[in-house]
Write a protein that binds this ligand. Structure first.
Ligand code: DC
Length: 232
């Protein structure tokens, strides 16, 4: 394991873990923006590794090749001044919506189950922890990557609600979508993420559990900011 210091011991970190579609990406970005902190979208790193592996036509079970790829991944996040998704450059080329596709999400979930790939991305994720603070979004942010984070959240929602949200999102982007297929994909991906032997998706020790099935984004953000304000 990498022995470098976990910066979250000194830099304040809020971790927001949960399954895909729970709203954690939007919630994390809003909280980072309101606190004026940095933001880590760890899922994007796994998606980029998957995309790079697919581009090279690697089998997604090729742990050795894919972990080398993860180690040397040439990726840059260009933060927009306004709230929104940062631009991502992979090997110097702008990555568009292809990393947000279901195909890339599923491939990311497969490469993320490879222990050597997770190890290869560990320090890269910890390096996001910079002053004045970090909001980290993922599956194992509170349990593995930033175990000393001051505030840990586990944001969940029912699979049906998450499939509905994804369906709406795809339709708004003018993309085709099938609700039943989305629900099935979500259930398969959940099972893989929750049951893998390394860093499975589970609430970290001490995490606050929030169910966003019937809560709006604003309500969730307010709840997390209140929890944070009680700690400082
Ligand atoms: O959050 P997301 O949907 O962009 O993540 C894509 C996949 O990456 C997800 O199915 C599992 C994996 N992942 C992970 O294993 N650990 C993380 N910290 C983030 C994502």
């Amino acid at each position: 394991m990498n022995e470098r210091i976990d910066e979250s011991v000194v830099i304040p970190v809020i971790t927001i873990d949960g399954p895909s579609g729970s709203g954690k990406g939007t919630v994390s970005r809003l909280i980072a923006s309101q606190l004026g902190w940095h933001f880590l979208d760890s899922g994007a790193l796994y998606r980029l590794v998957a995309l790079a592996a697919l581009n090279r036509q690697f089998a997604l079970s090729e742990e050795g090749e894919i972990s080398l790829l993860a180690n040397s991944l040439d990726v840059k996040f260009k933060i927009n001044s306004s709230f929104g998704e940062p631009q991502i450059l992979l090997d110097g080329a702008l990555v568009g919506d292809e990393i947000r596709s279901e195909q890339c999400g599923n491939a990311a979930s497969k490469v993320a189950a490879l222990p050597a790939v997770r190890e290869a991305l560990l320090q890269r994720q910890r390096d996001f922890s910079c002053s004045p603070g970090l909001v980290a979004d993922g599956r194992d942010m509170g349990s593995v990557v930033f175990p000393h984070a001051k505030l840990k959240i586990f944001l969940d929602a029912s699979a049906e609600e998450r499939a509905q949200r994804r369906y709406k999102q795809l339709k708004e982007k003018g993309m085709s979508a099938n609700l039943a297929a989305l629900l099935e994909e979500i259930q398969v991906r959940d099972a893989r993420d929750r049951n893998r032997c390394v860093a499975p998706l589970v609430p970290a020790d001490g995490a606050i559990l929030i169910d966003s099935t019937t809560q709006g984004i604003d309500e969730v953000v307010t709840g997390i900011l209140e929890a944070w304000s009680k700690l400082v």
